[in-house]
Ligand binder design. Structure first.
Ligand code: SAM
Length: 337
């Protein structure tokens, strides 16, 4: 630390400049606790840490989604919630080699030193493809009203063009595949923690965001339940079960955003179903369905976005629910319900 102090206070200007530059490149990779300890080393590092904290709290999406999603906290001193942001589905949130880039993700770069992300296109939303699957040949002109063969029933939003279609991301029948298109913010509340809220009016039927899944979620259920009951963790695990017609078969999709996720990880439960509809969206040529959230009614600016985590009438134990709805059951749903 003494070396750093000398660089900071008495070093030549070029040495100081280079020290600041290197710190600006490295510190965005640090976890909040490491950032806090390094900031006590010298004033320069404290200033850089503070600006990183402020940039982190200005965008939970780390510039990886369409609009910044700021943290707003007027009740305590927690500036943001730390997690790895991914705008699309991933296989695993820990030790998968194909996702090693998700282990460490810089967050809070100075605009002058950050890599240029402006020309990045939205990443591929499909995890696994069905080889040789049929798709449409709309050439990108499908609209939800014009009878795309992928779209099926005109009254639903559960079928979209996908990887086996000839059209590209601009197609009108891919509205859930372009990331979060509405303005959102994450507001701290005393009892529920962080809450995802609208930062503009959201009309009924608007696609809001996708719930992201990982394969490991199921095995983590018990561990998360235990840690949550002991107050050590605020898990973000959701299990969606889709009963397939005419067979006694249940397709299960696990959504675990505790370590890796998108803005949906901040959406809290409401016993009355909240203001979001959960829709399982299938896309032509994609093996894994995607769980998408649409506004179930008009939503006003600043309103919290909530949905039902499941049926909590059967198992009256677990974390307390503070949804405030008139039909609140008092407990959050758990997978065993
Ligand atoms: C998906 S996360 C939602 C974001 C979370 N509030 C946070 O601060 O990160 C799920 C966790 O939020 C909290 N939560 C969600 N809905 C709640 C509710 N209705 N009442 C109390 N806590 C709630 C619980 O701690 C739950 O395990």
């Amino acid at each position: 630390m003494e070396t750093k102090r000398r660089h900071n206070n008495t070093g030549k200007p070029e040495e100081r400049h280079s020290f600041i530059q290197r710190a600006g490149l490295i510190l965005p990779y640090l976890l909040p606790s490491d950032l806090a300890s390094i900031s006590s080393a010298c004033k320069t590092l404290r200033d850089i840490s503070q600006s990183i904290t402020s940039r982190r709290s200005s965008d939970a999406a780390r510039s990886l989604d369409n609009s910044p999603v700021p943290f707003v906290n007027e009740i305590d001193h927690q500036p943001y919630s730390y997690f790895i942001y991914t705008p699309v589905q991933t296989i695993s949130s820990s030790s998968s080699s194909s996702n090693s880039d998700l282990q460490v993700q810089p967050w809070g770069y100075d605009p002058d030193t950050r890599p240029d992300l402006t020309n990045l296109s939205f990443p591929d939303p499909f995890l696994f493809r069905v080889q040789g699957a049929a798709g449409c040949a709309c050439g990108g002109i499908c609209e939800r009203v014009s009878g795309c063969p992928c779209f099926g029933d005109q009254e639903t939003v559960d079928r979209e063009c996908g990887p086996s279609c000839e059209c590209g991301p601009g197609c009108g029948n891919r509205i859930t595949q372009r990331g979060v298109m509405v303005k959102l913010k994450i507001v701290r509340e005393r009892r529920k923690g962080w809450c995802l809220c609208a930062a503009e009016f959201i009309p009924k039927g608007q696609f809001v965001c996708e719930l992201l899944s990982t394969k490991e979620a199921q095995s983590r259920q018990q561990m998360y339940d235990d840690l949550a009951i002991n107050g050590q963790l605020s898990p973000a695990l959701l299990v969606v079960k889709e009963h397939l017609p005419s067979r006694d078969v249940c397709m299960r999709t696990n959504i675990d955003a505790t370590r890796v996720g998108n803005v949906a990880r901040f959406m809290n439960h409401s016993c009355d179903g909240g203001n979001m509809n959960t829709t399982i969206v299938h896309s032509s040529g994609s093996l894994v369905p995607r769980i998408c959230l649409f506004a179930s009614r008009d939503i006003h600016n600043h309103e919290e976005l909530t949905f039902s985590y499941g049926d909590n009438r059967l198992r009256k134990q677990g974390l307390p629910c503070f949804c405030g709805s008139s039909c609140c059951q008092g407990f959050l749903p758990s997978e065993r319900t």
